[in-house]
Design a protein around this ligand. Structure first.
Ligand SMILES: Nc1ncnc2c1ncn2[C@@H]1O[C@H](COP(=O)(O)OP(=O)(O)O)[C@@H](O)[C@H]1O
Ligand SMILES: [Mg+2]
Length: 259
């Protein structure tokens, strides 16, 4: 794991400042893709810079193990094993983060109760909920999203919560069912990610799909970029029209220059 001493970064105690975008990937259903999304977002922000923080709140430590596999030659990510810290620390976001950090990505655990959901979402800039196309996952997501809106008092019209349909297969009945359900929620579905071996390969190598050969991962990169674009727009809503083309350009040039 990269830590403060490894990367020589100057550390600050994270204040609740507008400069930090705190992105929480959340769904108490195991296996829906939280760690996959969190690590891929961390990889994207690492490539783009400045140094992002990946906060692993899951005692299973999937994100921290991914980070341990990451080569030192790759753009660094500052990992924090938050599950080893007290809930008070996570709740107040009083974390030691590198001074230059602008993005904190939170990988959350399964099986959370209402209070834990509240604590994770408190102070978050964005909440991203991955959902799989299976009847069990759809039922689970329906209950969880109702609870999320209740315990956090979030309004659907607030633009900080979004859903990502994950591990989808084109033209399948399960995808139809998932999309019908998601559209009924009135929460934006910002990306539909296909079921792809690229995610499995990337995870084994401590990289994200942005770091795989472009010709192979192009399709997955395009889909993930929908999430990144949404996060960019949510970060600076007041100047959204002006920055949109720039954000799109940044992604294109990033993809071009990386491969
Ligand atoms: N879009 C995808 N395509 C293929 N495999 C995926 C995809 N998303 C996740 N996976 C795989 O599904 C499994 C569960 O994903 P994970 O991110 O660990 O879920 P969670 O953190 O919600 O428990 C992992 O083996 C992961 O590699
Ligand atoms: Mg996980």
């Amino acid at each position: 794991m990269r830590c403060a001493s490894d990367c020589g970064a100057k550390m600050i105690i994270s204040p609740n400042s507008d400069d930090l975008q705190r992105i929480v990937v959340l769904n108490p259903k195991g296996g829906c893709g939280k760690s996959t999304l969190a690590t891929n977002l961390a990889s994207y922000y690492a490539l783009r810079g400045p140094l992002p923080v990946l906060l692993d709140c899951d005692p299973q430590g999937f994100s921290m193990r991914w980070l341990e596999r990451r080569s030192k030659q790759r753009p660094p990510i500052h990992g924090i094993a938050a599950f080893r810290k007290s809930m008070q620390v996570t709740r107040t976001w009083q974390l030691r983060v590198p001074q230059e950090t602008r993005h904190i990505i939170v990988d959350s655990p399964a099986a959370l109760d209402g209070m834990q959901i509240h604590d994770l979402v408190y102070g978050a800039s964005n909440v991203i909920i991955p959902v799989l196309p299976s009847p069990i996952d759809i039922r689970y997501a329906a209950r969880f999203i109702a609870e999320l809106l209740l315990v956090t008092q979030l309004d659907r019209s607030e633009t900080k919560v979004a859903i990502v349909a994950n591990r989808t297969r084109k033209n399948t009945k399960s995808l139809d069912q998932l999309m019908r359900f998601l559209n009924s929620l009135r929460i934006p579905v910002i990306a539909v990610l296909r079921d792809s071996q690229n995610y499995v390969e990337a995870v084994g190598r401590g990289v994200g799909v942005y770091e795989l050969p472009h010709h192979r991962a192009k399709h997955d990169i395009e889909q993930l970029s929908q999430i990144v674009s949404w996060l960019e727009r949510r970060r600076m809503p007041q100047i959204e029209p002006a920055i949109r083309p720039v954000a799109a350009q940044t992604e294109e040039s990033l993809a071009r220059h990386l491969h």
